[in-house]
Each structure stands twice: as structure tokens, then as C-alpha cells.
Design a protein around this ligand. Structure first.
Ligand SMILES: [Zn+2]
Length: 195
């Protein structure tokens, strides 16, 4: 499945497009992005969060042992978005349905990217319909090549570095488009979540 490179860049694109106040120019965007760095970091974290299932594998010498299972399901992603929404509401009670929809789309981006990534380790794909089904969904076409991630030696291999560079090249245009979307003439837009 894809690495944190692809997931976090897409997470940042979500944040740049929707959570940073509209900027009049590149300099204003950088200023606004700097002010919102915690929010952007949270977006990158949420976009990567389903890969938390690598952690138990660390203690078994096989990173893939529990990977692409429950935390890669629609149900888990919905719970993740709900938890993030409750945290956002604790900070800003005006966070409403639009904020929830944004967080859901952000978390879902992880599953979409993983489904568009090749997978050579069996069982291939993700357990998308858990807890209703333990079957894995694996698409017949892919955009991203697989990463070898069974242990540290595979993780830090030259091939994985090349895959990470490819992921960055494939996803950075989305971040650039999100920034271009943000930088438009027009006075400060209220961030979503205030609906
Ligand atoms: Zn994943």
C-alpha cells in the first residue's frame, strides 16, 4: 500500500484547499499556512491514520502482520472522522456538518489511495467492509507501485525510495492545485465547518 508520502501530501492538499483562509497571493498564502500549521499537520495525520495498524507488527518483526485489516475499513474511517470532528467541536462549537463531511472525505482519501496502489503481499487489498465482511477488496488497476514494508531493511531500501519519489511526483500536483485554488482574488473566506 502507499507510503505516508502520498497520504500526507493529499492530506495537506485537503487542508490547503478547504481550511486555510483564501489568500490574495503566494505571500499571503504562506503567511496563512504558517498560522494554520497545526491544522495542516492534523490533516496530514488524519490522512495517514489508518496505517496505525503497522504498530503492532513492529513488535512481531513483520510490519505487514496486521496491516490493511480493520483500520482500512469504511467503518473505522467513519469512526476516525467522527473522533476528529468531536475534537474539532471541542475547540470550535461552530464546527458543523460541513466540517464532518470534510473530515470524512479526508479520512476516505487514505482508502482511495491504498486501493489505487499495487499490493504484492497476500492477502492483497484492504478489508473495506469490516465488520460486515472479512473479504479484501483489491482493484485490477493501480496508479502507485507497491512498497516493500515487511521489515526495516525492506522499508529503507533504494526501491522504496524510488517509489516514494514517484508518489510525491504523482500527488504534489494535487497540492499545487489546492494552493492555486486557495490563492484567488477575493476577501477572506470563512473556513468550512461554520455551517
Ligand atoms: Zn494504508
Amino acid at each position: 500500500m502507499a507510503s505516508p508520502v502520498a497520504h500526507s501530501i493529499i492530506g495537506l492538499a485537503f487542508g490547503a484547499a478547504a481550511l486555510i483562509p483564501r489568500s490574495e497571493g503566494a505571500r499571503a498564502f504562506l503567511r496563512n499556512a504558517r498560522r494554520a500549521w497545526k491544522t495542516l499537520l492534523a490533516c496530514a495525520f488524519i490522512a495517514c491514520a489508518p496505517d496505525i495498524d503497522y504498530i503492532p507488527g513492529l513488535f512481531h518483526g513483520n510490519f505487514n502482520l496486521f496491516h490493511q485489516q480493520q483500520s482500512h475499513s469504511l467503518a473505522w474511517v467513519a469512526l476516525l472522522a467522527l473522533a476528529a470532528w468531536l475534537a474539532a467541536r471541542a475547540r470550535d462549537p461552530a464546527a458543523g456538518p460541513r466540517a464532518m463531511a470534510f473530515l470524512l472525505a479526508l479520512a476516505l482519501s487514505h482508502l482511495v489511495i491504498d486501493l489505487l496502489t499495487n499490493d504484492l503481499s497476500v492477502p492483497r487489498g484492504i478489508m473495506i467492509a469490516w465488520p460486515f465482511s472479512d473479504r479484501y477488496l483489491f482493484l485490477p488497476f493501480h496508479v502507485f507501485p507497491n512498497m516493500a514494508k515487511q521489515d526495516w531493511s525492506e522499508m529503507l531500501s533504494r526501491r522504496n525510495f524510488a517509489v516514494a519519489v514517484f508518489e510525491a511526483a504523482a500527488t504534489l500536483p494535487f497540492l499545487a492545485a489546492a494552493i492555486a485554488w486557495n490563492i484567488r482574488p477575493g476577501a477572506g473566506r470563512a473556513p468550512p465547518g461554520r455551517a
